[in-house]
Design a protein around this ligand. Structure first.
Ligand code: HAM
Length: 436
């Protein structure tokens, strides 16, 4: 039953939000803020600076370089000036464009992070939405594997800060460079490599038969495909050596250095070699990685890698890049599964209860002045807005997670003294303003 003061709903059904989007009511917003707080703190601790770009870009920024999969997921349209525009499905092309626009004036290496809202027309399912947020951390202008070490360390430390351990997640590492060297050895032409990567990226989803079929359509022989299958079974860097060309492999050397660093930093339990990680995006050139949960079976929490040609291919000065994106949706699912999400609203320090509310249904100016003084002193303060009765005010104090109530106008306190009650212990006392 609606109370007399509540408006009645109209007969039309209320509109729903579009599929694949989310409403952030205060409860969800608290969780979102928690993710953003931990992310932002970790980025700042690692010396990264925050940046942001537009939510829409010229369509060609994404069609040129992101790779086929993301292009099929674009939200694009013609604007009123007949320009082709797309909502950003990822941040990396925008970052590359922004760096390119500044030419030589930026001091390298750049360590930048962003928390963009992204849009992809995907089938909405667990861990996949059409609008989501993604932490991006990228380093521009660092050629050696130290860039990868910095990013993997940041991922591990931030996931630990959320309360996760090496029992909960692992960073699966591979290398496009290594793969490319192996495919060279198999006589795969450079122009075929991107379709081989795309097939490899889908392999787990489509199964071995469909995988073989795609590769043979690309002109690979049965022997080539057998060698690829055998290569992917390798579990250690040592196992890989027979598959690589006799000349020194750059890809292998990079992975050896990366794993050595991770061991030295005490992160060996968090990282694994996993050749099935290829990444769906077209611009990666070197080390690639994805972060997976170990028990829940969710999609990747994060993914990234090295992209040494992207900036130049978008018309900039040749400059190396390495980075990753971590989505809010999968991370939130994982934290919920593990019971690591904050519960309850942000508490108030004081709820001011007017012990003798007036008939005019308005709070007293003197009560508002006290609230103003307390807020100016950094206290979080609430009070009844519509002259509610004492009992209703106490209910509101509890609903608003007040730690204490202050009985405004109590006959037990006078002048600059106030009677307060601690709502968790029930303890009641009188104190001066400075003790509040
Ligand atoms: P990505 O693998 O496409 O990489 O996305 C990275 C992460 O974003 C995924 O692991 C997933 O957690 C999240 N994500 C992707 N699509 C969705 C979706 N539809 N709904 C919810 N979450 C999603 C990139 O975007 C690269 N630009 C990352 C990068 C930065 N590489 C270098 N720098």
């Amino acid at each position: 039953m609606n109370s007399p003061t509540q408006p009645k709903p109209t007969s039309a059904a209320p509109l729903q939000a579009p599929k694949g989007t989310r409403d952030f009511y205060p409860e969800e917003m608290r969780i979102q803020n928690h993710l953003f707080d931990v992310w932002r703190r970790a980025c700042l601790d690692f010396g990264f600076e925050e940046y942001e770009g537009p939510t829409f870009e010229h369509l060609e920024l994404f069609t040129e370089k992101s790779g086929q999969e993301i292009v099929t997921q674009l939200y694009n349209f013609k604007d009123k000036g007949d320009r082709d525009i797309a909502l950003r499905p990822e941040m990396t092309p925008t970052l590359a464009r922004m760096v390119n626009q500044k030419g030589n004036s930026l001091k390298l290496p750049l360590k930048w992070f962003s928390l963009p809202r992204l849009f992809r027309y995907e089938k909405a399912q667990r861990g996949r939405l059409r609008e989501f947020f993604q932490l991006n951390m990228d380093i521009i202008g660092c050629e050696g594997v130290a860039g990868e070490v910095e990013l993997l360390s940041a991922i591990i430390e931030m996931l630990k800060a959320f309360g996760l351990t090496s029992e909960d997640f692992s960073v699966q590492v591979s290398s496009r460079r290594l793969l490319s060297e192996f495919l060279d050895g198999q006589g795969v032409l450079p122009e075929k490599k991107n379709s081989v990567y795309a097939a490899l990226d889908k392999r787990a989803k489509i199964g071995p038969d469909a995988f073989r079929e795609i590769l043979s359509k690309e002109g690979l022989s049965g022997a080539n495909i057998d060698a690829i299958e055998a290569f992917f079974k390798c579990k250690s860097l040592e196992d890989l050596k027979p598959f690589l060309p006799a000349t020194a492999s750059t890809g292998l050397g990079e992975l050896e250095r990366l794993f050595a660093y991770m061991r030295d930093l005490g992160y060996a339990g968090f990282v694994n070699l996993d050749l099935s990680v290829v990444r769906g995006l077209a611009y990666y050139t070197g080390v690639v990685f994805e972060v997976y949960d170990k028990a829940v079976g969710l999609r990747a929490v994060a993914g990234g890698g090295r992209y040494d040609n992207l900036l130049a291919s978008l018309g900039g000065i040749p400059q190396t890049g390495v980075g990753f994106g971590m989505g809010d949706v999968v991370l939130a699912e994982l934290l919920k599964e593990k019971g690591l999400m904050p519960t309850g609203r942000e508490p108030l320090d004081y709820y001011l209860v007017d012990v003798a509310p007036g008939e005019d249904k308005l709070p007293k100016p003197t009560l508002l002045q006290l609230a103003q003084r307390l807020r100016a002193d950094g206290r979080r303060v609430g009070y009844a807005l519509s002259g509610e009765k004492f009992k209703k005010q106490m209910t509101q104090a509890n609903d608003q997670a007040a730690k204490r109530v202050l009985f405004f106008g109590s006959d037990k306190a006078s002048g600059e003294n106030y009677e307060i009650k601690d709502l968790s212990s029930g303890e009641q006392r009188v104190c001066g303003f400075d003790d509040l």
